[in-house]
Ligand binder design. Structure first.
Ligand SMILES: *Cc1c(COP(=O)(O)O)cnc(C)c1O
Length: 361
């Protein structure tokens, strides 16, 4: 098999070892005569998978005891609604940073639940830069302060997080989850869809500080309440067993690679190679994002014309690199270089960018 370098933004490339292990175990899980995905989610085999996946999130982030890990369905998108439904009481407001397409989606849902104060709006700079976190101030009465750590479409990433005092900091980390070390104790709640760094689509991860569970109203429908899932370790109903199993395999791989320290180092290496190829051919490739806000996960750039961009994407595919077309809403090119993208993949892309610029510049 000729495995290509897959730069897709999500679902995305996964560690080959995780795929191989799942392949080998798929038909007959641990000699039980059936697949894991045919077993009861109450079986001891599945329970071990579920708890190990949760524990891996804990170990990788070094979570303090007063944080709970939840696995839910509905993607990160369901969290756009669950966060305000659970954390914001009637009559309360929350604070939002508008940094791009995903923050705006989260904001649109929060506005349906309560009042939202916009603390930062990047629209004057077309969402191509980020403010200094120290310049941001949470409203003392806000139920929480929401941010999006990495904008998957725009290609901006916060390098630091604001200090919001007693106002819980809530963060959508979908596209840079487990990709770097973060000061977890700064956050009240972190959420992420699994399919960008942690596994396949179908599961999302919520890390919630336990005191916030008291905010979930008894009037919420059961599934929509964090307080339903937390005491049951996300086994209140049938969890998405196959995505969680693949998440376990993916996170086991990451732990073996060296955890978040290794993830940070590899992300810096991959991004350095690709931004470096742009800098070396600066007349040809233009990154629209302000240098200090450039993402290590989703790297965006333009070529001199849309025709050249099309040609670039097509020739890259012939050379064994897929998924380089920019998001349909913004055009251009985008390389998503999540944890499982080998540094060799970023090197191959950087080399290709150099050659393409030489030939067509
Ligand atoms: C992909 C993505 C989402 C949406 O995730 P789903 O799991 O598809 O609902 C939300 N936020 C960010 C930052 C994303 O990259």
């Amino acid at each position: 098999m000729n495995r290509i370098f897959n730069f897709s933004a999500g679902p995305c490339t996964l560690p080959y070892s995780a795929l191989e292990e799942a392949h080998a175990e798929f038909l007959d899980y641990q000699g039980k005569g059936m697949s894991l995905i045919e077993m009861s989610h109450r079986s001891k085999e599945y329970d071990a998978v579920h708890m190990e996946a949760m524990d891996l999130v804990r170990r990788l982030y070094g979570l303090p005891d007063n944080y709970k890990v939840l696995f839910l369905g509905g993607g990160a998108t369901l969290q756009f609604a669950m966060v305000p439904m659970n954390l914001m009481a009637p009559g309360q407001s929350c604070d939002f940073t508008l940094t791009g397409a995903w923050a705006k989606k989260a904001y649109a849902d929060a506005k349906k639940i309560g009042e939202v104060n916009v603390v930062f709006d990047g629209k004057d700079d077309s969402f191509m830069s980020l403010p200094d976190p120290a310049s941001l101030q949470a409203n003392p009465s806000a139920a929480y302060f929401h941010m999006t750590s990495n904008e998957t479409i725009g290609g901006v990433q916060w390098k630091d997080f604001p200090d919001t005092g007693d106002v819980p900091l809530v963060c959508d980390m979908s596209s840079d989850f487990v990709s770097r070390k973060i000061p977890v104790e700064k956050f009240g709640l972190i959420y992420a869809g699994a399919q960008k760094n942690a596994g396949p689509a179908g599961a999302s991860i919520v890390i919630i500080r336990e005191d916030l569970l008291a905010r979930s109203s008894d009037n919420l429908p059961a599934y929509l309440s964090y307080a339903t899932h937390a005491p049951k370790d996300s086994m209140y109903n049938t969890p998405p067993v196959f995505p969680i199993y693949m998440m376990m395999k993916t996170l086991q791989w990451l732990e073996k690679e060296g955890g978040l320290e290794a993830a940070t180092r590899m992300a810096n290496e991959r991004a350095g190679l690709i931004y470096g190829a742009m800098a070396a051919n600066a007349d040809f490739y233009k990154c629209p994002v302000q240098e200090s806000a450039r993402s290590n996960m989703n790297i965006v750039w333009r070529l001199p014309s849309e025709d050249l961009e099309k040609q670039f994407v097509a020739e890259a595919l012939d050379a064994g690199m897929s998924g380089l077309k920019g998001h349909r809403s913004v055009g251009g090119c985008r390389a998503s270089v999540y944890n499982a993208m080998p540094v060799a993949g970023a090197k191959a892309l950087a080399d290709f960018m150099g050659e393409f610029a030489q030939k067509n510049g």
